[in-house]
Design a protein around this ligand. Sequence first.
Ligand code: GDP
Length: 687
Amino acid sequence: MTDYSRDRVRSFAIVANHGAGKTTLAEAMLYICGATEKLGKTDDGSSILDYEAEERSRKMSRNLHVGFCEWGGVLFNFIDTPGFPTFLFETESALSVVDGALLISSGATGIRAQLDKYWQLVLELGLPGILFINKLDKENVDFEATFTEIEKDFETKPILLTLPIGREESFCGFIDLIELKVYNYDSKGKAALSDVPDELAGDANAWREKIVESVAETNDELLEKYLEGETFDKDLLYGVIREGVVNSKFLPVLTGSAAKLIGVDFLLEVSKRYMPTPQDRPPVKGTNLEGEATDIGAGAPQTPCAAVFKTISDPYAGKISIMKVLSGSFASEATVFNSSKRSREKLSHMSRLIGKKQYPVTEALFGDIVAVSKLKDTLTGDTICLESSPVLVPLLKIPQAVISYAIKPKTRADEDKLMISLGKIREEDPTIQFRREEQTGEFLLSGTGQVHVEVTVNKLRDTYGVDVDMKTPKVPYKETIRKSTKAEGKYVKQTGGRGQYGDAWLEVEPLKRGGGYEFVNKIVGGAIPKNFIPSVEKGVKEAMQKGVLAGYPVTDVKVTLFDGKYHPVDSSDIAFQIAGSMGFKKAMEDAQPLLLEPIMKMEVTAPEDCLGDVIGDINARRGKVSGVDPQPGGHVISAEAPMGEVLTYAPELRSITSGRGTFSMEFSHYEEVPGHLSPKIIDEVSQ
Ligand code: GDP
């Protein structure tokens, strides 16, 4: 095995919106480094990283995938992340463990707002990054416009390191602006180097000057030298840029085409030069088992510690936990301590992964990303360390599921396997939630977006052989009354043999919203014997399960039993239950019954330029906006809206905000359905 000395490991996450070319670039890196013999492609389903059937057919990563390769004596561990906002948790999990980010912008579409959001996230996590402007071989590419957008939108100063040569079809390489060398690529991604021709020298020098200016502006001493006309040699440029990158002050920008393997070797070289080593990174803020703060990683005692950031539950290979070593190192087969679960584990079959292919290793190094098979208690988010020096790394907050669908197993066999299969999927993906909704009886599968739930349903089918139907869930409406009334429930049956007799007078009164249900017994003088009072209440409760309007449960009602009659022989428990039920139904019919609908409390974050549209849309959904709070990440809108109007809010918000809006919502309370909408809801139930 290659001996990677301590500063020869790099780890980064590849981050961008869907379709920018993340997987293509990752496959290209593997190919250029010789880690794969054939170039995997997402278009024809030959991607090594997107190995799940669902990912191949949708041409879309839904999970993060890890890979590694070696370039110039450096071990690169990288994580290819999914680009859909729905799977943001996967991207966040990846970014929370790596030492840097490789951002991709597809030159063809310009900087998408989402990329800016990803960069904000990268900065919030204190990570440095490199940006690769991809797809320069495609039509309508304007790399300069892209660069200008970055200069305008990003907080960090971009440094263009390569100037493209040729456009669209004829794009063939670039000028390395520090060395002033032309890189001209062949179809195998190999570059022929030459001097800059005269006709390009002017442009190249002007762009190079921009780099020099940015470097000069980093401190007064350099600025003075610059103003005095001193030239900076390339080693100084490399050194200052590296420091700027490691401290997230500079964002190196490269140009290329992942599909045509243009600039991929250069990207690896630049990553080797500028991406921080584990020693460059500040320590991770962890705690000991007593909750006292302790530093983990560089600058702290090198006691072994790793964070598990992904679990793969493979029906054949079993459970695979992927972890990043944050401090020290681990030997394969060692017994370690899961400090999150307080249990011992064995690091069996330790390997590095490329997609799902395992490459066994004997040691996981500081900064390394490795997979371990069949840990018994360990799940995503857990900390692995030594029992003798236990530490805990803070957990990532699992995002709230924001959209639910009702799922129904197609056959009995599907039903039997459903829970176990969903349990396994949740091991891999803690953002999936499932539960039975008591009132509607539906089985709800909830996720961070519509695509998330769809992908989970497909995974149930493809991986676990469980077929389910998926539909928008029913809204759990309720019923109540507007006014007080009294009614008699009388059940008399006297046809031969022993009869039945129960007679109960009930008063129903509305309670305030959220008041639930109250039962008061005001029988005096034994009009109904004591032992039949619970029977009447039982009958009332049963009738309340199905209201008179549309069969929804009744709530916010006080029921008073104030009179009645009995028969010494014919009265029975069942007769008084029926009387109670009849009395309640009759009273409810006369008490102006009405429908109640669940209201959700929402918090929507939207960028300023679509604030008006988002608020307009909430209003159109009968929502009420109670506040708008400008925050650095966007305006936070507080609102309430009826559940029935926001069942499919996730995809709609995405389209209004071009994927930049986020939201969370939770049940708040019940409110009256506006009178003009009730008939429609009642009709739907009776159909
Ligand atoms: P991801 O969603 O970011 O992982 O994007 P993919 O790697 O799946 O690429 C999306 C699409 O862009 C695919 O059709 C790729 O073939 C295509 N693509 C990626 N990189 C390039 C490139 O450099 N040039 C061209 N012309 N197409 C590219």
